[in-house]
Structures are given as structure tokens and as C-alpha cells.
Design a binder for this molecule. Structure first.
Ligand SMILES: Cc1cc2nc3c(=O)[nH]c(=O)nc-3n(C[C@H](O)[C@H](O)[C@H](O)COP(=O)(O)O)c2cc1C
Length: 234
């Protein structure tokens, strides 16, 4: 394997043609990886199509390590992660989540043909991603309050921090030459995910992050101008 520093030094010089990373060649979707945080945040993109190339475990661990350093309420780190790379588990998850989604779409009165297309796309995304990280909310270590309001606020804080942990992962993955895609499907059927993957039911799977080497560049979405986001500055 070629050491990462050498590969990314190439990238940083803008040498984007035929750069070899981790024993394979990537040309078509080689984004300019950047070496400063502001540019990295702008370059990170949601990728929905990946090459079949597996991801070395040490890269996945670096991505998870980034999550570990996210801020959290009282420093309680209300997150746990499930990592899937095996086809069998990905297939089981896709199948079982798909059934729930199918029921929901049918309930919404969607055209059965459209339902089939959407289900198949979603299934393919899960099956073809070389690695999947499922960030789960874990509330057991949070403070307990006698009233519902503060308990619910505590949970909201935990969810906010899970989002911060996920963003850390997305940025780290991108910095490592990987790409990611965020799928919200587990949020709608956490119990189905727990059952499919035989997880402790105190975990609440909140998202599904596909990780891999991009095989197609996505279209980026426009951002609102900063002036429309700042509703008051003093
Ligand atoms: C909470 C959350 C849920 C998302 N769920 C999905 C999803 O289910 N499917 C999907 O394709 N993208 C999903 N996304 C990704 C967004 O569509 C994407 O971030 C947005 O379009 C901006 O594009 P960019 O990430 O390339 O900048 C989700 C993002 C967030 C933050």
C-alpha cells in the first residue's frame, strides 16, 4: 500500500491525473482534496455511487476516531457506531428496512411503480457501499430529570451532539480521500435496524453513512447566501 502522505501530497499540488491511492487508481472522480479546514468543509460532498474497492479498516477507524472527539452534553458521548462491510449483513439490513419503507410509501399513496424504483435505488445504495457506518444514539449515560420537558431537552442535546459526531466523520473521511453519503432511513425504523443487526435495543440507530471511493461526482446543492442566514447580528 502506498503511504497516504505521498498520495495526498500529490493531490494538494493539484496533480489530479492518475493518482494511485491505497493500491488502486482513481481518475474520474478525484476531487481536489484540500489542506485547510474552510476549503475542506466546502469540498465535502454527498456521494451516492461508489466503486467496489474495499476500505482499509485503519481508515474506518480514523473516521470513527474523529467522531469520538465531537462535543457532547456533559461530555457523556451519547453515541455508538455499527460498522458493516459484509454483503450478507448489508443485504439483510436493506431488505428489512426496505419492507418498512415500502409500507410507509404505500401508506402515502405513492404509485407502486415509483415505490419499486425508489426501493431498488435505496437497496442498491446500501448493497454497493463498501462500508456503512450506522451512528446510534445511546442515552443511558445522560442525566435523568423528574420532568418530561427537561428529559426531552436532554435527548435533543444528545441528538445535536450525534450530528456533530457525524459531521466530524464526514470531514475526516473526506480528508482521508474517501467520500460519504448520509441516509436517514434508520431514523424511521430504529427497531427494525436493531432486529436485523441483532443490536442492543438501548441503541437508537439514527442514520446510515455510506463510505467509499466515489464512482461518480454528485451535483452540489446551492447554499443560501450568508446574508439570508444571519437573522440578527447585534
Ligand atoms: C439529517 C440528514 C439526513 C439526510 N438524509 C439523506 C437521505 O436519506 N438520502 C440522501 O440521499 N441524502 C441525505 N442527506 C444528504 C443531503 O441530501 C445533502 O447533505 C444535501 O443535499 C447537501 O448536499 P452535500 O452534502 O453534497 O453538500 C441527509 C443529510 C442530513 C444532514
Amino acid at each position: 500500500m502506498i503511504p497516504r502522505q505521498i498520495c495526498f501530497a500529490d493531490l494538494q499540488k493539484g496533480n489530479i491525473a492518475n493518482v494511485t491511492t491505497h493500491s488502486f487508481s482513481r481518475q474520474t472522480t478525484l476531487p481536489d482534496r484540500v489542506d485547510n479546514l474552510a476549503a475542506l468543509m466546502k469540498s465535502r460532498r454527498s456521494v451516492r455511487k461508489f466503486q467496489a474497492q474495499p476500505i482499509p479498516r485503519e481508515l474506518i477507524e480514523q473516521v470513527l476516531e474523529a467522531a469520538r472527539w465531537a462535543p457532547s452534553p456533559h461530555g457523556r458521548q451519547p453515541w455508538r457506531f455499527v460498522i458493516l462491510t459484509k454483503a450478507e449483513l448489508k443485504a439483510r439490513l436493506a431488505e428489512q428496512m426496505g419492507s418498512t419503507w415500502q409500507q410507509n410509501l404505500q401508506m402515502d399513496g405513492q404509485d407502486p411503480e415509483i415505490v419499486d424504483i425508489r426501493l431498488d435505488k435505496s437497496r442498491q445504495r446500501i448493497l454497493t457501499a463498501p462500508a456503512i457506518i450506522i451512528p446510534c444514539l445511546y442515552l443511558e449515560d445522560l442525566d435523568r430529570y423528574p420532568d418530561e420537558k427537561r428529559q426531552s431537552d436532554e435527548t435533543t442535546m444528545a441528538i445535536q451532539s450525534l450530528g456533530a459526531a457525524i459531521q466530524n466523520m464526514l470531514l475526516m473521511a473526506y480528508d482521508l480521500g474517501l467520500d460519504t453519503g448520509w441516509m436517514c432511513a434508520p431514523l424511521f425504523c430504529p427497531e427494525v435496524v436493531c432486529e436485523a443487526l441483532e443490536l442492543d435495543t438501548r441503541l437508537f440507530p439514527h442514520a446510515l453513512i455510506t463510505v467509499g471511493y466515489a464512482s461518480a461526482d454528485p451535483q452540489r446543492r446551492e447554499r443560501l447566501p450568508l446574508s439570508t442566514l444571519i437573522v440578527r447580528y447585534d
